[in-house]
Design a protein around this ligand. Structure first.
Ligand code: ZN
Length: 155
């Protein structure tokens, strides 16, 4: 007879732990820069390769560029206007690590799970971010001071 060493929790915990993969991997790390041109120069030198794409996300007021590092990515983000979240971030904290993004299979399910765990989501619906992804963000006050992005590839 099978004996369980510990009683599994019910609800989300049990379901996700045994039947569903939550965060697949770190999809990218986002770095806020004052100038994308300068940032691109620095990271091209650092990584030995130019960004594989640059993209503007008008709704978020950002220009982005993406660098491949093995199976990981680095995203640089530059504000396009003073009201953009990136401009405010740089004003408060200077350039630097802005967010860690996790790849998920089902962003809506993950948002529900995180909400039920007490995390604060910055928006109630996923929205289209850079690099062909649906994205949402978790408030850094709930994740040890680091902004967390969830992203799901748009197929
Ligand atoms: Zn990102």
């Amino acid at each position: 007879m099978l004996t369980l060493k510990c009683q599994p929790k019910t609800g989300w915990h049990f379901f996700y732990k045994y039947f569903y993969r939550m965060m697949n991997k770190i999809e990218h790390i986002g770095i806020a820069v004052k100038s994308l041109e300068k940032g691109n120069d620095i990271y091209t030198k650092l990584l030995g390769e130019a960004p594989y794409k640059t993209e503007s996300v008008a709704s978020e007021g950002v220009n982005t560029s993406f660098f491949g590092v093995g199976t990981n990515k680095i995203e640089l983000l530059e504000a396009t206007n003073p009201d953009s979240a990136i401009a405010k971030f740089i004003e408060k904290r200077g350039e630097g690590l802005h967010h860690i993004a996790f790849d998920v299979d089902d962003i809506v399910k993950e948002m529900e799970r995180l909400k039920s765990e007490g995390f604060t989501l910055l928006r109630s619906e996923p929205f289209k971010g850079a690099d062909n992804k649906l994205v949402c963000f978790v408030h850094p006050k709930d994740s040890s001071g680091v902004l967390i992005e969830l992203c799901q590839e748009i197929k």
